[in-house]
Design a protein around this ligand. Structure first.
Ligand code: ZN
Ligand code: ZN
Length: 434
């Protein structure tokens, strides 16, 4: 058998990238519109970063990280998510001292050793934003509004926003104690992993993927309405106030949300506002985008006590959801120039024209293998070129090029002197092939 891409990874061919680039372009454009600047962090990080942020008892850290020792024996991890590394960068470059509040946007691959399934890969891709250095409820609102705006412009229209609050650390400690009390009678029925987590981090039972644990959690949530993060009984006065503010401003911004659903975020660092956007066409387990506040993470990683909030969206899932809902994209319009040369001794002249066009910003391509004119016209069609410029013996003798406009179906002859200028002007509106 020939060589194949690793399980859970995939090649993105040029046709795939047409759809991908659109998502990336929309995300980047809207993030800038809201004042978020792009940053990039390395794909590999020190393992301890994720142990200290995502949490040692989470599924991500226990089961899903690609973790290995480098030649010097350092524990390295292929980043499983974006937030921890971004907070590390914020602190490493001392932005808490020079900038205070930053609004950042990122885009790139993440890695998790999950069982591959529809829309889930071992190398998957996310875009996301992080606003670090503020505890204002307005930032929560801005991040949620931006998250929904990007999805909408990517063609993911039928979405539901689930909103909740995890409360502060005090709230979480009290909530954990109540949860332990309720789970104690069924402790022996929990999966092996959860029995181990029971004392150290009982929250992880809530997002355990084992069917037994999920059934127990579902029963518990049905019988104890007050017993879930985000329920009014589990929040202190100040967290409830923050949550009320977020909800009120979302309503004012005409954002519809559902704050009655129970959902657990599989990372330890979340506090206060958490949200998930569910899209039609994805499995019941799958959010297309998710995020929330992480008010202790900067401090936990050695910085000052400042609030922060962000979200991440999976590009594969956005495309999957858009595929179910999006109106078909308008047919790609023809662009650029294909320079067809009918005999090999004219390659030099053809290449010169092509370079002049490219230097003036008009995109173009040509055949270097002396294919037949018919084959070259086929290639031009496949590449969606708007113009085909034909250079043959008769053209050379007349010092004029035959120009076909593939969109209009017209043909004309243009003198060598006027050729480049004419093409630059005509391709100006749609400067590149494809
Ligand atoms: Zn609180
Ligand atoms: Zn479990």
């Amino acid at each position: 058998m020939g060589l194949q891409a690793l399980r859970g990874t995939t090649d993105l061919l040029p046709d795939d990238l047409l759809r991908w680039s659109r998502v990336e372009h929309v995300a980047r454009r809207l993030a800038r519109l809201y004042g978020y600047q792009e940053l990039r962090t390395p794909l590999i990080e020190d393992a301890s970063l994720f142990l200290r942020s995502v949490g040692e008892t989470t599924d991500i850290v226990q089961k899903e990280m690609f973790r290995f020792a480098d030649r010097g024996g350092h524990e390295i991890v292929l980043r499983p998510e974006g937030t921890a590394a971004i907070v590390r960068a914020y602190l490493e470059h001392a932005l808490h001292k020079t900038e205070g509040f930053v609004k950042w946007f990122y885009l790139g691959p993440m890695f998790r050793a999950e069982r591959p399934q529809a829309g889930r890969y071992r190398q998957f891709h996310q875009y996301g934003v992080e606003a670090i250095g503020s505890s204002s409820a307005w930032v929560d609102v801005e991040v949620i509004v931006l998250c929904l705006a990007i999805l909408r412009d990517c063609g993911v229209v039928k979405t539901t926003l689930w909103l909740s609050s995890m409360g502060c650390r005090d709230d979480q400690t009290q909530f954990a104690a109540r949860l332990r009390l309720k789970l104690l009678p069924v402790r022996s029925k929990l999966c092996q992993t959860c029995q181990g987590r029971f004392d150290r981090n009982v929250f992880r039972v809530l997002d355990c993927k084992s069917p037994d644990c999920q059934a127990i959690v579902a029963d518990l949530m049905a019988s104890e309405r007050g017993l879930r993060p985000g329920s009014f009984e589990s929040l202190c006065e100040s967290c409830l106030l923050h949550f009320d503010e977020v909800r009120q401003e979302l309503r004012n911004a005409k954002i519809v949300f559902d704050d009655t659903k129970f959902f657990a975020r599989g990372l330890d660092y979340y506090t206060r506002t958490v949200f998930e956007v569910r899209a039609e066409g994805l499995g019941a387990q799958d959010a297309v985008a998710a995020g929330g506040r992480y008010d202790h993470l900067v401090e936990d990683l050695g910085g000052p006590s400042v609030g922060a909030v962000g979200f991440a969206a999976g590009i594969e899932r956005v495309l999957l959801a858009a595929g179910h809902q999006a109106q078909p994209l308008p047919a790609a319009s023809r662009r650029g120039v294909y320079l067809a040369v009918t005999q090999s001794d004219l390659l030099g002249q053809g290449f010169q024209f092509l370079q002049q066009l490219r230097e003036r910003g008009a995109s173009g391509t040509m055949d270097y293998d002396s294919k037949s004119l018919k084959a070259q016209l086929r290639e031009a069609d496949k590449a969606h070129c708007r113009f085909v410029a034909i250079l043959g013996a008769s053209e050379m003798s007349q010092r004029a090029i035959t120009l076909k406009d593939m969109e209009q179906g017209s043909q004309e002859t243009i003198a060598f002197d006027a050729f480049v200028e004419t093409l630059v002007q005509r391709t100006n509106a749609s400067p590149s092939c494809h």
